[in-house]
Design a protein around this ligand. Structure first.
Ligand code: EPU
Length: 418
């Protein structure tokens, strides 16, 4: 298993370019199953979760091509309308093929994902939504089996709570359903808008993506399209915090500042010098002392749960008490215990982490427990005195494209040990 070796204490300087968004690319790839024609996608990040999704599409019957950062998907026919356990267990987002498969061929068999390091993460809301659209769904032998032999029909769906992939799954099912579907309490994440944008290019009729109410008028068929994935706001945010934490001077290029509003506000309040440079770059400079600020994770446009772990690393170096409240997932504080091994002063009380700072972090051997927790440990390692070794970095490879190469390009002393 690969490890990262980090010599801390070097400020990040220069520029880092952001990749395409993993959490956009995943549903966008699944959406390609909705047409028999070829879909061309640009800026798909070459990370492990994407490789898993491409493998899944291949299993289902798609021809997947990749050259020069461009991915093509052509699914003339669905060969197996099934997402097997071997693939789903390594990536929960595999459940995103449920909606497209039922919509395209009236049948889907998708393994239940099982446990996850950050919370229970059931898919009951995806299932309830599909049932509203006329699918008959049963659970057997660890699989969800959905059938709609006569096709799906439009309906009003009200999500009990906001779900990102649930909204995407249902949106993809609704575009080929007969009649109108209205999704209430929909997720407003930029990734939902990106999927809707591809679907519209393929001929779908969608209104309101990015708001809490999405209306879809079903069409008979979708056709080929070309689409460029949006920038990864979580990767961008991770680099911005790394720069603030190391008192660096960094330009994060190819991002969308509009998607990062909640984080940029918190970074400024914490004392970092943050300036937007046009529509697609943010400059951050760590100056003076960092001040503690509280954050509460929320659905977009609130503070993203996927940035919470990295923000906790930042707050270990800030003066005062910071209260970090996690409202989206019930168990997303695994990194706190590893940060404590590096000297952080963090107390966990239910859904809150109370961080007292500033503490001088010291390098240690730590273990990555999930994707964003790993990113938080990398940040801590960059700021710590001495050497940090991070084990199980396969977690970080799921969602960050060559993070060590990008950080090293900005001066960080980080290397991968095979
Ligand atoms: N939930 C249910 N039932 C459902 C679906 C969700 O109870 O059927 C609950 C979840 O357990 C959670 C909450 O609703 O407590 C929100 O979950 P959501 O469905 O929004 O999460 P997700 O769609 O499974 C996506 C991202 C996550 C990100 C969350 C929240 C993808 C592929 N994954 O997950 O990304 O944290 O939204 O923004 O888009 C990551 O990239 O590291 C990551 C975990």
């Amino acid at each position: 298993m690969d490890k990262f070796l980090i010599q801390g204490g070097v400020p990040l300087e220069g520029e880092i370019a952001v990749s395409g968004a993993k959490n956009s690319a995943l549903p966008v790839l699944a959406a390609c199953l909705l047409t028999s024609e070829k879909v061309t996608l640009e800026r798909i990040p070459p990370v492990r979760d994407i490789a898993t999704m491409q493998k899944l599409l291949g299993h289902v019957g798609a021809r997947v091509g990749r050259a020069d950062g461009r991915v093509t998907i052509e699914t003339a026919q669905i060969a197996h309308s099934e997402a097997p356990y071997e693939l789903v267990k390594t990536m929960r987002a595999s459940s995103l093929v449920l909606g497209p498969l039922v919509a395209r061929c009236g049948r889907a068999r998708v393994s239940l994902p099982g446990g996850c390091a950050i919370g229970a993460r059931p898919i009951n809301l995806h299932v309830a939504g599909l049932e509203r659209l006329g699918a008959q769904v049963r659970q057997e032998h660890g699989y969800i089996e959905a059938e709609a032999p006569h096709g799906l029909h439009g309906a009003e769906v009200h999500f009990d709570r906001i779900t990102v992939t649930g909204t995407e799954d249902l949106l993809m099912a609704a575009v080929l359903a007969r009649g109108e579907t209205v999704i209430y309490n929909a997720a407003r994440e930029p990734e939902v808008v990106d999927v809707a944008s591809l679907l519209s290019k393929m001929g779908a009729e969608i209104e309101g993506a990015g708001s809490s109410t999405i209306r879809v008028r079903g069409v008979e068929r979708l056709h080929s399209a070309t689409h460029t994935i949006i920038a990864d706001r979580i990767e961008a945010g991770t680099f911005l915090m790394a720069a603030a934490l190391t008192r660096g001077d960094l330009l994060v290029k190819g991002c969308v500042p509009e998607h990062l509003r909640a984080l940029l506000a918190k970074l400024s309040q914490a004392g970092a010098d943050v300036t937007e440079q046009g529509p697609d770059a943010v400059h951050v400079r760590g100056r003076g002392k960092l001040k503690s600020v509280d954050v509460t994770t929320e659905e977009h446009p609130g503070f993203a749960t996927d940035l919470q772990a990295q923000f906790m690393a930042l707050m270990t170096r800030a003066e005062g008490i910071s209260i970090i409240t996690e409202t989206i997932f019930e168990n997303r504080f695994m990194h706190a215990l590893e940060l404590a091994r590096m000297g952080a002063n963090i107390r966990l009380e239910g859904r809150q982490a109370i961080v007292a700072g500033p503490t001088q972090l010291s390098g240690a051997e730590v273990i990555a427990s999930d994707l964003r927790a790993s990113a938080s440990l990398v940040l801590a390692g960059l700021a710590a005195q001495g050497e940090t070794t991070i084990d199980r970095v396969y977690h970080i490879d799921r969602g960050y494209e060559k993070i060590e190469t990008k950080l090293a390009g900005a001066g960080a002393r980080i290397r991968r040990m095979k």
